[in-house]
Design a protein around this ligand. Sequence first.
Ligand SMILES: Nc1ncnc2c1ncn2[C@@H]1O[C@H](COP(=O)(O)OP(=O)(O)OP(=O)(O)O)[C@@H](O)[C@H]1O
Ligand SMILES: [Mg+2]
Length: 154
Amino acid sequence: MKKEFITASDDQTIDLGRELAREMRPPLLILLIGDLGAGKTTLAKGIAAGLQAAREEDVTSPSFTLVHEYRQGPFPVYHVDLYRLEDAREVATLGLEDLWSDERPAIILIEWGEKLGPPLPGPRWDIRIEDLGDDRRKFTVEERITTDEHGLNR
Ligand SMILES: Nc1ncnc2c1ncn2[C@@H]1O[C@H](COP(=O)(O)OP(=O)(O)OP(=O)(O)O)[C@@H](O)[C@H]1O
Ligand SMILES: [Mg+2]
């Protein structure tokens, strides 16, 4: 299923994130895909706040620490930024699969998610963000399932 949304300000993008969060259940991997400044972190703020995992102001870009964990809510929410990593092999050293356990289902948000290579198995949303000029952004949300660790059925 593919859905499209357009926002015209960062506040509207945060509201969209809160709205999308209402449909999210763990385990879920969310790939945030879009250029520099597209609005990935802004959308993540709305999602993490909507999931009651963190306050908006506590959701910032994990570009140096690579992974943030927001644990105020009923399940853990992880926020990852792969921008600084060079390739899928380096991404593999992060051990993202360890965040992903049957006992403790989580929601994992990944900025620059397209660098992930084979995504973790399980349900996944791909969210693509396009800059339409000025403050307008287009969000395309696709629900997918990765059936095994090789990323088949992408
Ligand atoms: N409709 C909009 N939605 C989101 N952000 C917007 C919008 N219009 C303008 N902006 C601005 O665009 C920037 C988006 O920044 P944000 O950090 O969310 O992007 P990002 O995709 O995470 O960037 P990076 O690749 O550096 O991680 C902010 O400066 C924000 O104010
Ligand atoms: Mg960002």
